[in-house]
Design a protein around this ligand. Structure first.
Ligand code: HEM
Ligand code: NAG
Ligand code: NAG
Length: 527
């Protein structure tokens, strides 16, 4: 009997190892381990995961396959992950065969409690309906004006006084935290017309913002565990699942109140509201929307538009601080535009927010922001589910049920796409050959805003917001990194800085900038 069991075991182990050898050889990419698959490599490189993926992708020509566990039947099916950043594959997944690559069941299950079937977390018809409704709103000039109003308010009434006081008291500030508060206030204003004032002197705690942060964090933690484990934890009320359900109640209360108030106000026609919630409520299909649905609409927009813009601005300021030549060029551009539109009286520059026409002329600034997003995309990795067997344009076979992880971070750092200087911060690569215009790169090479039918709806609003904030800050202040402060990537769904961005704030001498510009013109004339 013992011998029989022994023989059986031996055969099982030998056939597993044989299978494993063939299986692992068929996968290009990081090493896979017996049983554990790619997990050890992931854990070992966790702290620098995006760079690790970029290195490997670049070594493998833009695509590799790996398995999250080396178990027969699973490894080349549901357990298989195809990692890619090849522009041809991206075009195929995000556009040409869009229907074969939805977000999929894992993603939806994880975010269901927080986001429901909102635009960010749905596929198929549910997504399409919301996309169409929202797309109509996002192309209106009135939404752009609403965004400009909220942005102006948070810059002039909030950010400027805080930076001013930091400068006069020589206290460092965490720019990432300030940006996060600013974008939170802006997006709440835009989404449902109520500014929670998180960017205020003393940087107060805000229970809605906190509940929102905790809920996002807890939802993300679900990705780490197999579905059955977090479902069990939810049922037994353990760990972060408790914090999630508590936060959801808080969010629900806050938003119910917002929606109830707005309903009353719309009934009484007290004012003309131009936030997204009211826009949805004013549509003729409105009677078919439940309050729950409206809440989810609002929440999805907050998630989409908050962290993304704030981390982008943090990386922008950090890159600009380290590249004084770029900083100077940005400033000169802003000053040249303002001299033309407002004359040389500096008070006129700082009193009023930038007009759309002025913002639109800042193309070098737009180039610098795009270059920031190329190197530090706010959403560094994203994933899709494979519905039916398919072959990607580069020849990789992807079986039904497996997933595709597309690395936005790596896509911005491939030498094959961006050339030898791919790791350098060079806004100039976004200018037309004569240097006079902004030039967008191919949508499938630069995927920081996603591409295809699910391209970011808020892209233009985000540029408007980032340009306005960048210009206002740079016109008033010169910033220096706090000595010894470490800037590192935090491994999360959004590319945060792990320890924030601590800077000292100094006064910007604009008269000196104007003098330099004049000197430059005279030199040109006398040449
Ligand atoms: C620098 C700022 C931003 C970046 C880098 C960014 C990036 C992205 C990315 C990568 C996606 C695709 C996500 C996915 O499908 O998994 C996305 C979708 C989306 N973004 Fe943005 N975003 C930014 C700002 C905004 C803002 C300010 C808003 C709203 C005002 C917004 C609204 C949306 C919406 C509604 C979607 C979902 C589109 C859909 O699934 O059809 N985004 N964004
Ligand atoms: C790819 O990943 C493997 C396993 O983690 C590693 O040994 C190898 O050095 C990586 N390749 C490159 C080019 O970084
Ligand atoms: C910008 O915001 C400030 C401070 O809230 C306000 O006084 C000013 O009127 C606003 N300007 C415009 C054009 O909205």
């Amino acid at each position: 009997m013992d011998i029989f069991v022994g023989l059986l075991l031996l055969t099982a182990v030998t056939s597993y190892l044989l299978w494993f050898t063939f299986m692992s050889r068929s996968l290009r990419g990081p090493r896979v381990w017996v049983l554990l698959g790619s997990l050890p490599g992931l854990i070992e490189n966790f702290e620098r995961m995006h760079d690790w993926m970029a290195d490997n992708l670049s070594a493998c020509g833009g695509t590799y396959q790996t398995c999250i566990c080396a178990i027969p039947f699973l490894a080349k099916k549901q357990g298989l992950v195809t990692v890619t950043c090849d522009p041809r594959n991206l075009e195929h997944i995000l556009k040409n065969r869009f229907d074969n690559y939805p977000k999929g069941p894992t993603w939806q299950a994880v975010f269901h409690d927080l986001l429901g079937a909102g635009i960010f977390n749905s596929d198929g018809d549910t997504w399409l309906f919301q996309r169409k409704t929202a797309a109509l709103e996002f192309t209106t000039r009135t939404l752009r004006q609403a965004m400009a109003r909220w942005v102006n308010r948070s810059i002039h009434a909030r950010l400027c006084p805080i930076l001013e006081s930091a400068q006069s008291q020589a206290e460092p500030v965490d720019l990432q935290d300030l940006m996060l508060r600013l974008t939170f206030d802006n997006i709440c204003g835009l989404a449902f017309g109520r500014d929670p004032n998180t960017l205020a002197p003393g940087l107060p705690e805000n229970s809605f913002a906190n509940a929102f942060d905790r809920a996002t964090e807890a939802s993300l933690q679900r990705f780490i565990f197999p579905e059955i484990i977090w479902r069990l934890k939810k049922w037994l009320r353990l760990g972060l699942e408790v914090s999630l359900s508590r936060s959801l109640v808080q969010i629900d209360n806050y938003l119910s109140d917002v929606i109830e108030t707005r309903k009353q106000e719309l009934l009484n026609k007290q004012r003309d509201y131009d936030d997204l919630l009211s826009r949805f409520m004013k549509r003729k299909e409105y009677s078919s929307y439940s309050d729950k649905f409206l809440q989810q609409v609002a929440l999805n927009f907050i998630l989409a538009g908050r962290d993304t813009s704030s981390v982008a601005m943090s990386w922008f300021f950090w890159l600009v601080i380290q590249n004084p030549k770029v900083e100077e060029k940005i400033l000169h551009e802003i000053c040249n535009v303002l001299i033309e539109t407002r004359g040389t009286n500096i008070e006129k520059w700082l009193d009023e927010p930038l007009e759309f026409e002025e913002v639109d002329r800042l193309f070098f600034l737009k180039a610098a922001l795009s270059e920031t997003l190329r190197l530090y995309p706010s959403v560094p990795e994203d994933s899709k589910h494979v519905v039916a067997d398919d072959v990607l344009p580069d020849g990789t076979f992807v079986p039904a049920g497996s997933s595709i992880s597309y690395s936005i971070y790596s896509a911005g750092r491939m030498q094959s796409t961006w050339g030898e200087d791919c790791l350098e911060f060079k806004p100039e690569r976004w200018l037309s050959p004569d240097g006079k215009k902004f030039m967008m790169h191919d949508h499938f090479k630069f995927v920081a805003f996603n591409a295809g039918p699910r391209i970011c709806l808020g892209k233009d609003l985000a540029y408007l917001q980032m340009k306005s904030v960048a210009a206002s800050v740079l016109l008033r202040h010169r910033m220096v990194l706090v000595p010894g402060h470490k800037v590192e990537q935090k491994m999360s769904i959004t590319l945060f800085m792990k320890y924030g961005l601590k800077v000292n704030v100094h006064h910007r001498d604009l008269n000196q900038v104007i003098a330099t510009l004049k000197q430059g013109k005279e030199n040109l004339l006398s040449e």
